[in-house]
Design a protein. Structure first.
Length: 321
């Protein structure tokens, strides 16, 4: 039922604003109802629903189990900062400089400030700093439905995304609206989003999503850009060309991830320039199935948790040049 509601919310603009308001309020009410379920019990239920097994959160072995263990046991001030899409910019600037940051056009807590007078560029992106998804792309502000943009953004501000996956770092982020310059490739399209899954500071595989708003597919590549023999939730799509600055992107992903046990670093490569997207600590909330299933365990063995070792001893790393 929940998936049907989500599809209704993003479907044709012919649907009435009233219906969408009712549906958004239903989701908000569902979030409130979920808050009474303890985190560990909720995680176990969702793993059983999406993965087909009850996770062993005392002795995690699969990658999804380990992501959920981190979700329940590993929250630091740095993780909270880097989950905040506004405050993470300071972390990125400190580690790799400002050049990789997408230009920021507006920061506000008030949706009413989303007006053409306050955004002085034609193409831009609107998002909140505390959420996963809920992004609005505007290519031409003169033809934008500003009332719709403000309404959607206000709805996103009200939602606490902690309840949907129990990633605790989303719980107490001071909510803001961010407006960024829209990145476009040489064909005027939104560029590929390269997602680097980093284990103990090393890139293990790279995710590229295709056709996210049509027939959603997903390819997984090795750090040497070889298609890997498994799928993560979605089927493979057409082959994706190796990015021109893959080596530099690998280096940046490892610099940004080396403070964390596990992190997914999202980067863009546009016109020969590399831009930072976001850091995600629990991709898919740790509920995304692998095919073949054995890869959940294979990749789990490659990730070392604090409970697997003496925390004073860092795992071996192969730092890139």
């Amino acid at each position: 039922m929940l998936e049907a509601i989500k599809k209704a919310l993003v479907s044709s603009s012919k649907r009435s604003a009233l219906l969408k308001t009712v549906l958004w309020r239903f989701l908000a009410l569902k979030d409130i109802m979920l808050c009474s379920v303890p985190d560990e019990r909720y995680v176990s239920r969702m793993c059983r629903k999406h993965l087909g097994y009850i996770p062993d959160l005392r002795n995690p072995r699969t990658l999804n189990e380990k992501i959920n263990w981190l979700k329940l046991n590993r929250e630091t001030e740095l993780i909270v900062q880097c989950a905040d899409k506004y405050r993470v910019r300071d972390y990125v600037a400190e580690r790799i400089g400002n050049d990789c940051l997408v230009p920021l056009l507006l920061v506000t807590e008030n949706p009413a400030e989303l007006t053409p007078e306050n955004i002085r560029t034609e193409a831009f992106v609107v998002k909140t700093n505390h959420a996963s998804g809920g992004i609005t792309f505007v290519r031409d502000k003169s033809n934008a439905d500003w009332r719709k943009i403000r309404r959607k953004t206000a709805s996103e501000l009200r939602r606490n995304h902690y309840y949907r996956g129990r990633s605790r770092h989303y719980r107490d982020i001071q909510r803001k609206i961010l407006v960024e310059k829209m990145l476009l490739d040489e064909n005027g399209n939104i560029p590929e989003d390269y997602k680097f899954h980093c284990f103990n500071g090393n890139v293990r595989f790279i995710q590229v999503d295709l056709g996210r708003h049509t027939a959603h597919k997903r390819n997984l590549y090795s750090p040497t850009w070889e298609l890997l023999p498994f799928e993560l939730k979605l089927e493979n799509g057409p082959a994706v060309a190796r990015p021109s600055r893959l080596g530099d992107m690998l280096r940046i992903a490892e610099i940004l991830s080396d403070a964390f046990v596990f992190a997914r670093i999202d980067l863009y490569c546009v016109g020969g320039n590399i831009y930072f997207g976001e850091i995600t600590f629990h991709p898919g909330s740790g509920f995304e199935p692998f095919r073949p299933e054995a890869w959940d365990s294979i990749l789990g063995e490659a990730l070392t948790l604090p409970i697997d070792r003496d925390e004073t001893k860092a795992p071996p790393r192969t730092r890139r040049g």
